[in-house]
Design a protein around this ligand. Structure first.
Ligand code: KG4
Ligand code: ZN
Length: 388
């Protein structure tokens, strides 16, 4: 079947067409129009500006997506759209568009949870996931998902497709939000994740070179991990539960910056030296990824999943990926499968929404599928939608 996916929950206007079958979900087009430059000037996403941009872009993006996929109205079997969570003015552009299309074209409509989309982004192009049975012992389930985005930091245990048990979550800020705020403190602009990562990489290169130099001079091993001179906390890393907290880490980064300014007679307006920015970015990324990985491993030891996946924008972080891979190999059974979404599907996109919609569709009875022709009248757009 051919599924149209629509995503406008934040600052990306995204429309995709996928071809889904019992075999796999295959992407025919994946068009994303990003508003990053517009919001960068404000240091974060401005909801009403985002809505205005979505409104301007949604039809051109839709037309491009159809053209690239060589698909017309008659080929489409199902329309899917993010119905929450997200920024309400932004979400409403996508849901209104989807509802109108569903009504005019008389096609079924499914509203999808944004995080469900991020989770199912992992399985685009793969064999369709089936429940674990005696006949199918090699199933992907049970599965543990680490969800890391600007609005969410959660550990989710899945016994089967679409069955979610939240076993840990942040008590305050989400990790993506912390990346963005620390980037702002350092004057790195929006979005913060990639900027922090790039600066941290420069610091890491310097640490490697210094260690090599030391090794040559002293003939000593340079393999021990680098310990930053700027020490930030690893909040809740030793707590017995699987929850997170990132607000204290962000505040610690703010105070480290204030202290540095004071010690070096720099005013709030003076720019910070690159060296300091790179070192703080490095230490922040180390602290955040240490906690995310430790909690994921703790959760996996408790719940013994067959598969561990990452989902959400922060899953694009290379350091997090490297650490996760290494720690899974070192601490968990050797047959534990680890996955993260392909780079084209880790940030907000609409293929992930269409992919999740396929799993929803195949879980429905014939009657429920028929009723979804009327969903344009029924479903509610919800800024704080819960995953269930
Ligand atoms: O999943 P997403 O688009 O947001 C929500 O759905 O809520 O993720 C966006 C977040 C932003 O906070 C951005 O800074 C972060 O993902 N991000 C990264 C990287 N790329 C994007 N964080 C760390 N490292 C990255 N490479
Ligand atoms: Zn997202």
């Amino acid at each position: 079947m051919i599924i149209l996916g629509i995503e406008t929950s934040c600052d990306e206007t995204a429309i995709s067409l996928v071809k889904a079958s019992a075999n796999k979900v295959e992407v025919l087009s994946n068009i994303v129009s990003s508003q990053i430059e517009l919001h960068a000037a404000w240091g974060g996403v401005v909801p009403n500006l985002a809505a205005r941009e979505h409104l301007k872009n949604i039809i051109p993006v839709f037309k491009r997506s159809l053209k690239e996929a060589c698909i017309t109205k008659k080929d489409i079997d199902l329309i899917s759209v993010t119905k929450g969570p997200g920024l309400i003015p932004a979400l409403l552009v996508g849901t209104n568009f989807a509802k109108t299309l569903s009504y005019l074209w008389e096609k079924p409509l499914l509203g999808i949870h944004h995080i469900e989309g991020h989770i199912y982004a992992n399985f685009i192009g793969d064999k369709v996931l089936e429940k674990s049975t005696k006949l199918n012992p090699k199933s992907t389930f049970p599965l543990l998902a680490l969800v890391v985005s600007v609005g969410h930091t959660q550990l989710i245990y899945m016994k089967d497709n679409l069955k979610y048990e939240i076993i840990g979550e942040t008590q305050d800020d989400a990790v993506g939000e912390a990346f963005d705020k620390v980037a702002r403190i350092l004057g790195l602009g929006y979005p913060g994740g990639p900027a922090i990562s790039a600066k941290a990489e420069i610091a890491a290169d310097r640490h490697r070179k210094n260690a090599d130099r030391r090794k040559n001079v002293l003939h000593e091993s340079a393999s021990s991990p680098y310990k930053s001179v700027l020490q930030l906390p690893r909040p809740m890393i030793k707590s017995k539960n699987l929850n997170f907290s990132f607000s204290g880490l962000k505040t610690a980064a703010l105070y480290a910056t204030k202290d540095y300014r004071k010690a070096n007679n720099l005013s709030e307006e003076d720019s910070l030296p690159q060296n300091f920015i790179e070192e703080l970015a490095y230490e922040f990324q180390e602290a955040a990824t240490d906690v995310l990985v430790k909690k994921t491993i703790d959760a996996a030891k408790k719940k013994t999943p067959k598969t561990i996946i990452m989902a959400g924008g922060v899953s694009a972080n290379k350091k997090l990926d490297e650490k996760m891979k290494r720690n899974i190999e070192e601490s968990l059974p050797s047959d534990t499968v680890y996955k993260k979404p392909n780079t084209s599907y880790s940030l907000d996109n609409a293929s992930m929404i269409a992919s999740a919609a396929y799993y929803r569709w195949r879980s429905m009875s014939k009657k429920e599928q028929e009723f979804s022709l009327d969903n344009w009248k029924i479903f509610q757009t919800n800024a704080s939608l819960k995953l269930e």
